[in-house]
Design a protein around this ligand. Structure first.
Ligand SMILES: Nc1ncnc2c1ncn2[C@@H]1O[C@H](COP(=O)(O)OP(=O)(O)O)[C@@H](O)[C@H]1O
Ligand SMILES: [Mg+2]
Length: 247
């Protein structure tokens, strides 16, 4: 049992449609190419439980699973907080092997953006030209691609309604730039109580428009919506709307 699983995780009730959709996203990531899944639903409806089930199934398939949780802060934000937390879960040997393969410029830039993570060695100076956010995102994608080169990867980002601006931007970047990585990104989103001005709205709307417009520039963007309050009424059939865009 992984640290995220608990005794309450025994006996997932229902959710067959969502499980089918999400496991097919895992299969796609393993065989066809990357995908980004946004799992939306009201608070308490069962998003995290479903995400844990999918992570468990991913591990059964031999995938590496990483998770970072977005947290609601009373003020300010921590850039890349959930991504840093997810990367921190990576096995140290795998981390070292993948980092070793990165160009020195990538290692320096990632070390600056992710203080505390072993992107750069002690002897490696961190000085260098400031890169644009797009360049940093490119290095980060190269890193994730490196992790997934031998073993497919599931990265779960929980509660993106609280994601910092850098993480939101990176998710959008991924949706446009992922190509051949064996990577599935699963983001959960508490979709009730999102005001019109909520900062996560533009990201969600852009992801939705990419999905409906064309998947040509996107590995695959899938939006899976959790339906009825399964957690509160585990005996009831869940309703679900699932949209998937082929590659
Ligand atoms: N399909 C399910 N079967 C059994 N228990 C569930 C199911 N979905 C949710 N639960 C339980 O209901 C509670 C709330 O679910 P959670 O996944 O935390 O909701 P959310 O992340 O959407 O806020 C948790 O205790 C969870 O284990
Ligand atoms: Mg949750």
């Amino acid at each position: 049992m992984s640290t995220r699983e608990s005794i309450s995780d025994t006996g997932l009730v229902g959710r067959e449609a969502e499980l089918a959709s999400l496991t097919s996203a895992l299969d796609a990531a393993c065989e066809l190419g990357p995908c980004l899944v946004v799992l939306t639903g009201d608070a308490g409806v069962g998003k995290s439980r479903l995400a844990r089930e999918i992570a468990s199934r991913a591990r059964t398939r031999g995938m590496i699973t990483l998770q970072g949780d977005c947290v609601e802060l009373s003020g300010g934000e921590i850039p890349y907080g959930p991504l840093a937390a997810a990367i921190r879960e990576l096995d140290a040997d795998v981390m070292a092997e993948v980092v070793e393969e990165l160009p020195a410029a990538a290692r320096r830039q990632l070390a600056r953006a992710f203080p505390g993570l072993p992107f750069a060695s002690d002897s490696m100076g961190l000085a260098g030209d400031e890169l644009t956010q797009a360049e940093l995102f490119g290095w980060l994608l190269l890193f994730l691609g490196g992790v997934s080169s031998s073993v497919p990867l599931l990265v779960t980002i929980e509660d993106v309604q609280w994601a910092d601006a850098s993480t939101r931007d990176f998710l959008l970047f991924l949706s446009q730039q992922m190509r051949s990585e064996r990577l599935c990104v699963l983001a959960t989103l508490r979709s009730n109580e999102l005001s019109a001005e909520h900062p996560v709205r533009p990201m969600v709307e852009r992801l939705a428009s990419q999905r409906s417009r064309s998947a040509a520039r996107v590995g695959s963007v899938v939006t899976s919506r959790c339906g009825a309050a399964r957690a509160r009424h585990p005996g009831r059939a869940a309703s679900a709307r699932v949209h998937a865009a082929p590659v």
